[in-house]
Ligand binder design. Structure first.
Ligand SMILES: NC(=O)c1ccc[n+]([C@@H]2O[C@H](COP(=O)([O-])OP(=O)(O)OC[C@H]3O[C@@H](n4cnc5c(N)ncnc54)[C@H](O)[C@@H]3O)[C@@H](O)[C@H]2O)c1
Length: 336
C-alpha cells in the first residue's frame, strides 16, 4: 500500500517523505515542479538510499490524477501541493483560488471514486486570523485575513462538510505554525521560488552577504523587544507530525484539526540573534515600518497534537538555526 504525497518535492513534503520512508512507508510523489526542482528527488533518494517513485503531474488535470489511482495501490494521501505566499495571493488571488481550490477538488473527487478516504491536509495557522489571544487552540473561531489563508479556510470547511456527509472519510487538518530548519544531512532545506515569503530564507541570504540588510517589519509592537512573535518549528518535527497523523487517521473516522508548533513563542529578533550566536555569523538588519496584515503574536496550543497524535517536538530554536545554515552553506558550496 502506498502513501501518495502531493507537492512532495517542496519544502515540507520532501522532509516528510524522508521521515515516512524511514518509518517503513512506501511513498509515491507527485508534483508539477512549479515551485520546486527535480534535483530534490535525488537528494531525498540519497538520504534514504532507495529509489522513490515520482510522477510529474499537475493536480489541475483530473485525468492525470485518475491515471495515478488506476495504476497504483494508493491507500492514503498527504496533500502538500499548493501555493503558499500571502503577498502573491493578495496580488493575484485568482491563481491562488484556482490552484489551491481546484487542484484539491480534483484530488478529492478521484479519491472518492477510488474509495481512498484517508487524507492529511496541509493547512496553516493563518486560519486563526488575528482574532484571538495566543496560545491558539483548534476550537477557536477561524477568520483568514488574506486570499491565501482563505483558500486554506475554504478547503478546511469543504473537508469538514465532506466528512459529515460521508462518515467513511478520515481526515486530519494540519495547521502549521512557522516551519524553518532543514534536514541534518545538509541535503534538503527550504529553497523558495521567487522572492521568499518566509523569514528564514531572508536570514540565510543576509548571513551570506547576498542582501545588504535584512528588513525586520516593525520594531514597536507591544512585545518585549518590539518585534513580532512566532512559533518556529523545525521542519523535521513537522514531518514527524505527519507520520503520527497518518497513524491517527488509520484509526479514526471524521475530520480533526491539529496545530503543529512548539507552543513556544520567539520574536523575530530572538531568531536573528540565535542564528548569529549558533552559527557565529553577523546578520546585518534594519527595522522598517510594520507590514500590513502581520499578526503581533502567533503561538500554538499543542495539547491536542501532543495527546491525540502522541507527538511532541524534539528540536529547539538553536537546532533550527544550525541545520538551516549547514544546508544553505552546502547548497551554496560555501566553506564550512
Ligand atoms: N512553509 C510554510 O511556512 C507553510 C506554512 C503553513 C502552511 N503551509 C502549506 O504547506 C504546504 C507545503 O508547503 P511548502 O512550504 O512545502 O511549499 P512548497 O512551495 O515548497 O511546496 C509545494 C509543492 O507543491 C507543488 N505544487 C503546487 N501546485 C501544484 C499543482 N497544481 N500540482 C502539483 N504540484 C503542485 C510545487 O511545485 C511544490 O513542490 C502548502 O500547501 C502550504 O500552503 C506551508
Amino acid at each position: 500500500m502506498t502513501v501518495l504525497i502531493t507537492g512532495g518535492l517542496g519544502f515540507i513534503g520532501s522532509h516528510t517523505v524522508v521521515e515516512l520512508i524511514e518509518q517503513g512507508e512506501d511513498c509515491l510523489i507527485i508534483d508539477n515542479l512549479s515551485k520546486s526542482s527535480i534535483d530534490v528527488l535525488d537528494k531525498i533518494e540519497s538520504i534514504v538510499q532507495k529509489k522513490i517513485p515520482f510522477i510529474k503531474l499537475d493536480l489541475l488535470e483530473m485525468l492525470s490524477i485518475r491515471d495515478v489511482f488506476i495504476k497504483n495501490n494508493i491507500s492514503s494521501v498527504i496533500h502538500f501541493a499548493g501555493y503558499k505566499s500571502v503577498g502573491e495571493s493578495v496580488k493575484d488571488p485568482l491563481s491562488y483560488y484556482q490552484n489551491n481550490l481546484i487542484s484539491t477538488l480534483n484530488l478529492l473527487e478521484v479519491m472518492d471514486e477510488f474509495d481512498v478516504k484517508k487524507l492529511i491536509f496541509s493547512s496553516s495557522a493563518t486560519v486563526y486570523g488575528d482574532l484571538h489571544t495566543p496560545p491558539l487552540n483548534e476550537d477557536l473561531a477561524l477568520n483568514a485575513p488574506n486570499p491565501y489563508g482563505r483558500t486554506k479556510l475554504m478547503l478546511e470547511q469543504m473537508l469538514k462538510d465532506l466528512s459529515e456527509t460521508d462518515s467513511g472519510w478520515k481526515i486530519a487538518l494540519m495547521r502549521y505554525f512557522n516551519p524553518i530548519g532543514a534536514h541534518n544531512s545538509g541535503k534538503l532545506g527550504e529553497m523558495p521560488y521567487g522572492i521568499p515569503n518566509n523569514l528564514m530564507p531572508h536570514i540565510l541570504k543576509a548571513a551570506n552577504g547576498e542582501t545588504t540588510k535584512l528588513q525586520v517589519y516593525g520594531g514597536d509592537y507591544d512585545t518585549a523587544d518590539g518585534s513580532c512573535i512566532r512559533d518556529f518549528i523545525h521542519v523535521m518535527d513537522l514531518a514527524k507530525g505527519h507520520v503520527q497523523a497518518l497513524k491517527f487517521v488509520e484509526a479514526h473516522n471524521g475530520c480533526e484539526a491539529f496545530n503543529l508548533g512548539t507552543g513556544i513563542g520567539y520574536s523575530v529578533l530572538d531568531l536573528i540573534h540565535t542564528f548569529e550566536e549558533v552559527n557565529n555569523v553577523i546578520i546585518p538588519y534594519e527595522i522598517v515600518e510594520r507590514r500590513e496584515g502581520d499578526i503581533v503574536t502567533s503561538v500554538a496550543d499543542v495539547t491536542k497534537a501532543n495527546t491525540l497524535l502522541n507527538w511532541s517536538t524534539q528540536f529547539g530554536l538553536k537546532d533550527m538555526c544550525y541545520d538551516a545554515w549547514i544546508w544553505y552553506k552546502a547548497t551554496k558550496r560555501l566553506s564550512v
